[in-house]
Design a binder for this molecule. Structure first.
Ligand code: CP
Ligand code: NVA
Length: 305
């Protein structure tokens, strides 16, 4: 049985049990006639970094639930030296939900600590749980189930790699990550994934390795992400050199299970982490992933409001 969702924060995915996760994915597939209405509610959507998918999917999701979305940038919130505490104490007098995209993960944790309304992490340097929910929904739709699948992530051990580790732990998927030396996922994320898998006895196993071909061998899901995340723009050229050999191209996809799907949270850098041939192939489900952001986030908002 899933736990009660009202008022809960979504900061990493580790807050969910496997039953919670299944429930969110089930609610995400509910037809429009079953969506609740929260008319008269408002949500603050705060973006300290750029966004296309997250911003638009949250705005549309809010409208579908009767919630009025208020989109803010770095000039509006956390500006003018106002403390996080004071900013949140003001915002919670106006809005019923806070969605925040920011840099340090500790920022969203601090917001959640002060907020009396639910807080949703819309991406930090360490985690992207909304994308994690959308991706699990996408995998379930294409593969029928999550338990026992092998997900191979090739590229930077970043916020998305961390998110797949936690997602895999809850869903009973094995997660194999291939990165160049120095770009491994944080040890705390791997340890947390192992702890979750052990706590809920989901059977997931995790491996971090160098060789993309070995990681992808027999995989049901092949995933990559940008080599230079938001905030790392000045490292782009160095990273391009360091990630040579890590592009998901047709040869890499050829190692995966013949029915494997290709995923990318987008924005993609074609010719860098993925070839045109792969992202444009019939195995690519990247636009289903983008659509599922809307369904997963609407489901989460409808449960916590
Ligand atoms: N995948 C994702 O979060 O996209 P945006 O950065 O455009 O929101
Ligand atoms: N790792 C990327 C994901 C973008 C959705 C970033 O943080 O920029």
């Amino acid at each position: 049985m899933h736990t009660n969702f009202k008022g809960r924060d979504l900061l990493t995915l580790a807050e969910l049990t496997p039953e919670d996760l299944t429930h969110v994915l089930d609610v995400a597939e509910a037809p429009a006639a079953r969506w609740p209405s929260f008319a008269g509610s408002s949500a603050a959507l705060i973006f300290m970094k750029p966004s296309l998918r997250t911003r638009v999917s949250f705005e549309v999701g809010c409208v579908q639930l009767g919630v009025h979305p208020i989109v803010m940038g770095p000039y509006d919130a956390f500006s003018r030296h106002e403390t996080v505490h004071d900013t949140i104490k003001v915002l919670e007098r106006y809005v019923d939900l806070i969605v925040l995209r920011t840099f340090a993960h500790s920022h969203v944790e601090e917001v959640a600590e002060h907020a009396s309304v639910p807080v949703i992490n819309a991406l930090t340097d360490d985690f992207h749980p909304c994308q994690g929910l959308a991706d699990l929904l996408t995998i379930r739709q294409h593969k029928g189930a999550l338990q026992g699948l092998r997900l191979a992530y090739v590229g930077d051990g970043n916020n998305m790699a961390h998110t797949y580790l936690l997602a895999g732990a809850l869903a009973g998927m094995d997660v194999v990550v291939a990165t160049p030396e120095g770009y491994e996922p944080a040890r705390h994320a791997v340890a947390q994934a192992s702890d979750l898998a052990a706590r809920y006895v989901t059977g997931s196993r995790f491996e971090v390795m160098r060789d993309p071909a070995a990681a992808v061998a027999g995989a049901d899901v092949v995933v990559t992400d940008t080599w230079a995340s938001m905030g790392q723009e000045e490292e782009h050229d160095r990273r391009l050199r360091d990630f040579a050999g890590y592009q998901v191209d047709a040869a890499v996809m050829g190692k995966a299970d013949p029915a494997a799907i290709f995923m990318h949270c987008l924005p993609a850098h074609r010719g860098e982490e993925v070839s045109d041939e792969v992202i444009d192939s019939a195995r690519s489900v990247v636009f289903d992933e983008a659509e599922n952001r809307l369904h997963a986030q609407r489901a989460w908002m409808s449960l916590v409001l």
